[in-house]
Design a protein around this ligand. Structure first.
Ligand code: ADP
Ligand code: ZN
Ligand code: ZN
Length: 727
């Protein structure tokens, strides 16, 4: 047999398939050791065939398989080829997505030595003063078995050794699976689906190979729809993949799933330890678990008979992988659903505008849940004009209405969530006299002041600097602090509400593995209480006692020079607002802005997604932005600025030539320094272009060819189609 093998060499551009002699009985998907370029390296068999076009004496032998059974299935390999073509990735990089890193370092199961009594055990033969030996025997008679570690702890290791020598006990190693899901006990509600929910479930269950967009307001019971649809595929013996944004994988969400499905749920999540991830992977691969829950990379779960894929909060930007390998989870999921012939459900209260456009074109089938389940009302959104607050003499962070409502909320012993999309204390430190702004030495960004540590921090690279006491440029002592962040908001609230517990949830407080869940649990157990946080508080949480949501600076995401800025603002407001009034207590949202007339607030105020969508999609059509055009960015970065410029120039010249070939299709084409001109000491240049969809494939292929043919050293190059982030 001849095997086609992909060799897996880290950080290399080799991405070719090589033929090897296969003298053992191996299958497609086997991981093998092969000789390559003078040394042995690992590879994956992607095809078996009878003969090779290579001459016989040129063919090398596969040295040996690295696992007993194949690690990849033919379906996985098919998806790898799709990703290679669609996102211009190396096959080896796509294959690696399917394997937990431990597989490559062979970290196996954790074994525990278990002690049990044997038939030979005769308690009358133990000396009466051998207390520990007697203790162990009595303990095992009662418990049946226990681990050596426990027994050594409780009694003595010498006594255990003695019993083992006598043949009275037997010690056998046993595999244990490390389980990351600490089941949180939540009240288990028995739910009867509403007619609208049932209709969605029926449509999903009936369909085949269909992609759905489930548009349901926050709290409309989308999760119950997913659970019911998953039950249906499990009943047919199939498995399911359930994706959530990393941040919304809350303990509540998990316990809803474990309540419904018990041990058939496996969690694949970046915060798991290597061992935990390996074991959850193993439970899925062996069929012990049937539902894979996790963030975007969970789409690569080792399941062979997928019956349903769900992407919850589908508008979330975490579904774009912005690091190598770069991919868009929706497209991977659509292909995977196609390969398995199963349905895909994308769900959101605020669908991505491009997804909703697909629903309008009937590429996705639209399902709608317009009301909250259980009859709760969506909270009232009150827009407060911060400019008029200033005119009325209030120059503080909080509007009068907000403070009044917060007082009410506390008085009624309820909870409030305060959202400010910026961590730290102040966004920057600036000299009032000469305008000097403290900047990172490695990045082209201003530093954020963190008061607790009295430090300036770079939010791009993490570097820390001493806070300014005076201006290093003009020696003036008048230093101004920029817009507020979570620390400052927490501090100011603490001054006003002295006896109320105030918790903070942001990247500075969420440090350890469990701190995220702990802060949320603590908040959940306190009433009254205030939770201040960044967008970490925006998603998924379902707290019954939250009656007030404050949005301190709604405009924050509005002013990015990005065509998705209004969409993101609308989504954030709707998601954050959705945290309030989820049970019988009605909720209120106070939204503070300097631009109260902006259309995004008008529509958000009424939760009018459709009106927002119509306005936004019209704007995009007129201005020729996605989904009516494609954006392509080539990002060129290097520690050596001249090298980055040279490469940018060379590619720019080649693309200019290309432009005349597709003249009428090009809308925009420009080479420039990136908005963030330097990050982590690397200079960043970019070539941005926008073109119509008609010749998309040809243009993108030509551009990749240009990039592939360009010779460069010490420069990184990325081609991004429809990048989510243009900074
Ligand atoms: P979404 O995922 O759309 O935000 P959830 O599924 O979290 O909505 O539901 C919101 C709340 O409504 C939850 O507390 C849930 O238990 C409850 N709920 C959902 N469906 C029903 C139903 N049919 N009857 C009663 N309560 C429901
Ligand atoms: Zn100065
Ligand atoms: Zn920096």
């Amino acid at each position: 047999m001849i095997a086609e093998v992909i060799v897996d060499i880290l950080n290399s551009n080799v991405d070719k398939i090589f033929d090897y002699n296969c003298r053992e009985v191996l299958e497609v998907g086997h991981r093998v050791l092969v000789p390559f370029g003078g040394r042995n390296t690992q590879g994956y068999i992607i095809k078996l065939k009878a003969s090779s076009t290579l001459e016989k004496d040129k063919l090398k032998d596969i040295i040996k398989p690295l696992d007993e059974t194949p690690v990849l299935t033919p379906k996985m390999i098919e998806l790898c080829f799709f990703m290679k073509d669609r996102f211009f990735l190396r096959l080896a990089d796509t294959i690696r997505l399917f394997l937990p890193p431990q597989i490559r370092s062979d970290l196996g199961h954790k074994t525990v030595n278990i002690v049990t009594l044997t038939d030979k055990c005769d308690i009358s033969k133990i000396k009466s003063n051998a207390k520990a030996q007697l203790g162990i025997i009595l303990h095992l008679k009662e418990a049946g078995s226990d681990s050596t570690a426990n027994i050594n702890n409780k009694f003595s290791s010498a006594a255990l050794k003695k019993l083992s020598e006598l043949g009275f006990v037997k010690i056998t190693p046993q595999n244990v699976l490390r389980r990351p899901i600490k089941t949180l006990t939540v009240e288990h509600k028995d739910i009867t689906l509403t007619p609208q929910q049932q209709e969605c479930v029926d449509l999903i269950n009936k369909a085949k190979n269909t992609a759905f967009l489930l548009h349901g307001v926050t709290g409309s019971g989308k999760t119950e729809v997913y659970i019911s649809a998953i039950k249906n595929v499990l009943a047919k013996g199939k498995s399911a993949i359930f994706l959530v944004p990393e941040i919304s994988l809350t303990p509540q969400m998990l316990s809803r799933f474990t309540n419904a499905f018990g041990d058939t749920v496996a969690l694949l999540h970046s915060s798991l330890s290597a061992g935990e991830r390996y074991d959850e992977f193993y439970r899925l691969k062996t069929g012990q678990a049937k539902i894979a829950i996790g963030a975007r990379s969970c789409i690569f779960a080792p399941l062979d008979d997928v019956g349903l894929i769900v992407i919850d909060e589908e508008h979330d930007s975490s579904y774009f992988s912005e690091n190598n390998p770069r991919y868009y989870t929706h497209e991977v999921a659509r292909m995977l659903a196609h390969i398995h012939g199963c349905n895909l459900v994308l769900g959101s209260a605020t669908p991505n505008v491009e997804s909703f456009f697909k629903a309008q074109q009937h590429i996705y089938k639209l399902l709608t849940l317009p009301n909250r389940a259980g009859g709760a009302e969506l909270p009232q959104i009150i827009i407060t004009d911060m400019l008029s607050e200033i005119r009325n003499g209030n120059t503080g962070i909080f509007s009068t209405v907000f403070l009044k409502e917060l007082e009410n909320c506390i008085k009624n012993e309820k909870q409030a969530m305060i959202f400010i999309n910026r961590r730290g204390y102040a966004s920057f430190m600036m000299c009032k006299e000469c305008g000097y702004v403290a900047k990172c030495t490695d990045c082209d960004v201003s530093l954020v002041y963190h008061k607790e540590e009295d430090m300036l921090k770079c939010h791009y690279c993490g570097k820390r600097f001493r806070a300014l006491t005076g201006c290093p440029a003009c020696k003036s002592e008048y230093i101004r602090q920029g817009a507020v962040g979570t620390q400052r908001v927490t501090e100011e609230l603490g001054k006003i509400f002295k006896d109320v517990p105030i918790l903070r949830l942001d990247n500075d407080t969420v440090t350890g593995k469990d701190s995220y869940g702990k802060i949320l649990e603590q908040f959940n157990s306190l009433s009254p209480a205030i939770l201040v946080g960044t967008q970490m508080i925006a998603k998924g949480h379902d707290f019954n006692n939250v009656t007030l949501v404050g949005i301190i600076d709604a405009d924050l995401s509005l002013h990015f020079s990005d065509f998705r800025a209004t969409e993101r603002t609308f989504q954030l407001i709707t998601q954050v607002s959705g945290r309030a009034g989820r049970s019988r207590h009605s909720g209120k949202v106070i939204l503070q802005t300097y631009f109260p007339k902006h259309f995004v607030y008008r529509f958000a105020h009424n939760y009018d997604y459709m009106a927002f969508y119509k306005k936004d999609i019209n704007l995009r059509e007129v201005t020729k932005f996605p989904p009516f055009a494609k954006i392509l960015r080539i990002l060129i970065s290097s520690e050596n600025e001249q090298k980055a410029i040279d490469v940018t120039r060379e590619i720019n010249i080649k693309i200019s030539a290309l432009k005349s070939k597709y003249n009428s299709d090009f809308i925009y084409f420009q080479a420039m320094k990136s908005p963030r001109g330097r990050i982590k000491n690397k200079f960043r240049y970019q070539i941005l272009m926008r073109f119509f969809l008609k010749s998309e494939k040809e243009i993108v292929t030509d551009i990749h060819k240009i990039v592939d043919d360009t010779k460069f050293r010490d420069v990184s190059l990325f081609v991004e189609l429809n990048p989510q982030n243009l900074s």
